[in-house]
Design a protein around this ligand. Sequence first.
Ligand SMILES: *Cc1c(COP(=O)(O)O)cnc(C)c1O
Length: 545
Amino acid sequence: MGEAQVSLEHLFRVFTKPEHKDSKLAQIEQHLSDNILDFLSQHVVTKKTSLEEVEKDFSNSKVPESPEFVSTHAESLLDKLVAHSVNTYSPTFIGHMTSALPYFHLPLSKLMVGLNQNLVKIETSKAFTPLERQVIGMMHNLVYDQPESFYDEHLHSAAHSLGAFCSGGTIANITALWVARNKLLGPQKGFAGVARAGLAAAYRFHNINNVGIMCSKRGHYSLSKAVDVLGIGREQLLTLPAPNQTLDPEKALRAGKRYQEEGNKLLAIVGVGGTTETGHVDPLNELADVAKELGCWFHVDAAWGGATLFSSRYRDRLKGIERADSVTIDAHKQMYVPMGAGMALFKDPENANTVRHHAQYILREGSKDLGATTLEGSRNGMAMMVYSALHIFGRKGYELLIDSSIDKAHDFSAMINKAQDFELTTTPTLSLLTYRVCPAEIQQILKTASPSMQKAINEKIDALVVAVQKQQREAGKSFVSRTRLEAPDYPSQCITVFRVVLANPLTSHNDLAAILAEQHIIAKKTKAWRSLIDFVNSNDMQSIA
Ligand SMILES: *Cc1c(COP(=O)(O)O)cnc(C)c1O
């Protein structure tokens, strides 16, 4: 069934010959190019098939013995893979940072895949390397706004790097903190530097107990991976409580001083430019002062929020980002580039040299090979997609997209404030917000309830929010995510909330109204709603009071 001949001739054809224009593969391509939304609505439906059912289609651990015809295979992909994929283009899919893509990426990605350049070294990416350097330069300029002479000198310099292009925010954060670590524990008289001698030798030489990184509890979990791979250990990620969702500069200063007094070195403070859960921005300017006073590196994780810099109206929300030693920005988030495009930018173009590696057959000294200062080795030409998006949208185009996302978040938060049985938990700084469903009468009771009563009621509301979120997802019409947060009103407790990311330009006011209405209908039908009301009216409540 669909088995192809095992012959070199057949395999040569697979390498070189386009599929027949009526083949399944060609049909898929045609349908995708004619109308991607139609293709998705026909194929990508969040069917009620359980994950376990889908896993059955992917359970054979044996490599197939014989080749398959490409078209037969394409057919099976449609059935098994595409049919159960998530429609990230849907205007009512507002739970995550992954959204619709502009159509031009589809044909352009063919160019990227077809050319198959490898950015690790010039010999396999002669034009792509300068292009990538330019992209990094443009983003550097957006953040740091240095004079033209600065970019003339450094953009294509073999001895400098304005940043590192990589697969995403996680690698960008690791790269930035890797550079910071190697700089802090760099070579000096009597010590070869951490890159050569290792961490144990570095601690002995400096006579310190530990090296740590500070952020708020809202810092992304990639920071925890970073301290792990950098060898300084997860316990040395100092996460300060953030009842207001941001890192308090005074508390950061105090915690930093204490850490240093205990015989440790503070490697970096990480400010977040748009937290993943609520979109809050840490007070970057104040944190830059704190980092200066503590004498440590200042990194800004703007994986999500960095693109806000395109907006004249909202770029001030990231004020102070230009003082960061390094900045992470994901192009695959608010820059609408396909998955796999992150960047770490360095204020000082010398700094990347702390991680420079050389190898004999590639990455020779003095070469402009990007692989010498990137964590990843072989890399695709994804920078081209960023380059194209930057040109096709332009700063002003991005500005419109960013402004309209943030405006939409304000619109949605106004709708939530007006809706009877909902309450807003965090107002949007960027295009994220959190809220929860809660019967109006219980909102009133909560206001005057004792802390222990609030705690008991909030736990019941948590169950309601979870039930609504799950049932809405299972119904398959829309998707809102959920998370747990410290909320200002309940300082000693985390509450469960809906989390919304308004990134998809196709999402309309009516879509948002429908999502809220659906949640209301679901909520009132749940057992959790009933049990919440009964609980509040019961003797249990009186006994807690
Ligand atoms: C998304 C995100 C990351 C991680 O980026 P990936 O591209 O998923 O690796 C890190 N930090 C923040 C603030 C993010 O929003």
